[in-house]
Design a protein around this ligand. Structure first.
Ligand code: CMC
Length: 433
């Protein structure tokens, strides 16, 4: 007798009494297999209704693994804690894009290529200077990444390996330049060109903060802390911005257009914009004594505790643990941030409160990152730009996977139509007379 349970789902349609066997593969059924289930030949087949894709796998991916219940995050199989402790952002970017760790020769070539693509065309500088003085840096980043598509028209050859490789190098290399220039723009300061003698992250700090000195020499501890933050943000499987990159990329448009869509999605306060919202929230709470009334407001549904909760993690976000440690190291250099005390107390109270415990709401990556960014003297508008720079290799790794995946099609969901049908149009001249 065969004890192996059948890898299939038997569905009985009570409208017709008919039964269907639907194969189960990797814990999923193909939504298209439900299409055969119909009350009669002329009716549309059964579909699933899943706003926000809460229970729908949109792809097969070997980039990032998350176990939300256990609080596990791995890039290409390597635990995030080990990468944050022992690797650097460029090596992690190589790992995400290529699927394995580089040899010394591969790493040196990768670092060299990225370092020598950090400059952008002078016309990029000119059009960035045309933004309003108070332009949000994320808006500037979204527009300027998208605009790179016009500077590299060959990027539309997305099935050519070499062309793809070059755009990946360009994008990882140029994001810090664009991000730093968006920052300088808001401050009315001259844009600083890349310094190819510096490491990836030190060069970014130079483009942000250099003034009249010959050479900008950042504190190595701050360089390391920012590098770790980039590592922590480098990928997070099918999050909203990655889904935007994949969705736009599924039209076979060039990767600059796809990544620009990712930057747009990241801009939202429920995604990458949350750390900016956390800082504003902590400032509004102002002192520890105000925390209980703030928590009451959250529980009454007046607002959300920003930096808490996650679609996937139902445990402490592993990135938040590492960031909390990084924060302490950064504050040793910069001096402490008084908002840290409010954040720590808020976390303590929330983690003991029935409302948060029941809903498994824990601090996410954004709860402490804003405090570190503020210690670097970034204004809140820059926080999401930093997230975008870190996330770029992840978006590109996912885009590469999409382009090479034979199962993928143009992303085009179904809808349940709820509007009117077959109305008769009366011209405005008659309706308004
Ligand atoms: N504060 C208070 N209540 C919350 C919160 C929160 N931060 N997050 C979720 N809840 C409640 C929510 O009201 C709901 O309660 P009920 O069942 O009584 O209606 C329950 O928890 C489930 O929430 P949900 O909105 O259905 O969960 P979701 O998976 O759709 O949303 C989320 C995930 C991250 C959008 C949400 O937790 C949130 O808005 N958090 C605050 C914003 C934030 O910190 N975002 C950063 C996410 S991590 C970085 C990134 O990936 O971008």
């Amino acid at each position: 007798m065969n004890d192996t349970p059948a890898q299939s789902l038997t569905v009985r349609d009570n409208r017709t009494g008919q039964e269907y066997d639907i194969p189960i593969t990797d814990g999923t059924i193909k939504a298209a297999d439900l299409g055969q289930i119909k009350p009669d030949e002329d009716s549309p087949g059964l579909a699933t209704y899943d706003p926000g894709f809460v229970n729908t796998a949109s792809c097969r991916s070997s980039v990032t693994y998350i176990d939300g219940e256990q609080g596990i995050l791995e890039y290409r199989g390597y635990p995030i804690e080990q990468l944050a402790e022992n690797s650097n952002f460029l090596e992690v970017a190589y790992l995400l894009i290529n699927g394995e760790l580089p040899t010394k020769e591969q790493y040196d070539a990768w670092e060299h290529e990225i370092t020598y693509h950090t400059f952008v065309h002078e016309n990029v500088k000119s059009f960035m200077q045309g933004f309003r003085y108070d332009a949000h840096p994320m808006g500037m980043l979204m527009a300027s990444v998208g605009a790179l598509s016009t500077f590299y028209p060959e990027s539309k050859l997305i099935h050519d390996d070499e062309v793809r490789h070059l755009q990946i190098i360009r994008m990882i290399a140029k994001m810090p330049t664009l991000g730093a220039w968006a920052f300088r723009h808001a401050q009315g300061k001259p844009y600083i060109y890349p310094d190819n003698e510096l490491s990836y992250t030190a060069n970014f700090l130079s483009m942000l903060f250099k003034m009249s000195e010959q050479k900008y020499e950042p504190d190595e501890r701050l360089v390391r802390a920012l590098d770790v933050l980039f590592i922590l943000h480098a990928d997070h499987e099918q999050n909203a911005s990655t889904n935007a990159v994949r969705s736009v990329g599924s039209t076979q448009v060039d990767p600059y257009a796809a990544v620009s869509a990712g930057v747009g999605a990241l801009f939202g306060p429920l995604h990458g914009g949350a750390n900016e919202a956390v800082l504003k929230m902590l400032r509004r709470i102002e002192k520890k004594e105000n925390i209980p009334s703030f928590i009451e407001g959250v529980k009454n549904g007046d607002e959300r505790l920003m930096g808490f909760g996650h679609r996937v993690y139902k445990n402490y976000d592993p990135r938040a643990k590492i960031i909390k440690k990084s924060a302490e190291e950064v504050f040793e250099v910069t001096g402490t941030n008084p908002l840290l005390d409010i954040a720590l107390e808020l976390e303590k109270i929330a983690l003991e409160d029935e409302y948060f415990v029941k809903r498994k709401l824990y601090p996410n990556v954004d709860f402490y990152s804003g405090l570190i960014y503020e210690a670097f003297q970034f204004p809140p508008e820059m926080f999401t730009v930093l997230f975008a720079i870190g996330r770029t290799p992840g978006w590109l790794a996912q885009w590469l996977e999409l382009v090479e995946d034979k199962d993928q099609k143009i992303a085009r969901p179904k809808q349940i139509y709820t509007g009117e049908r077959g109305l008769t149009f009366t011209p405005a001249t008659e309706r308004w007379s």
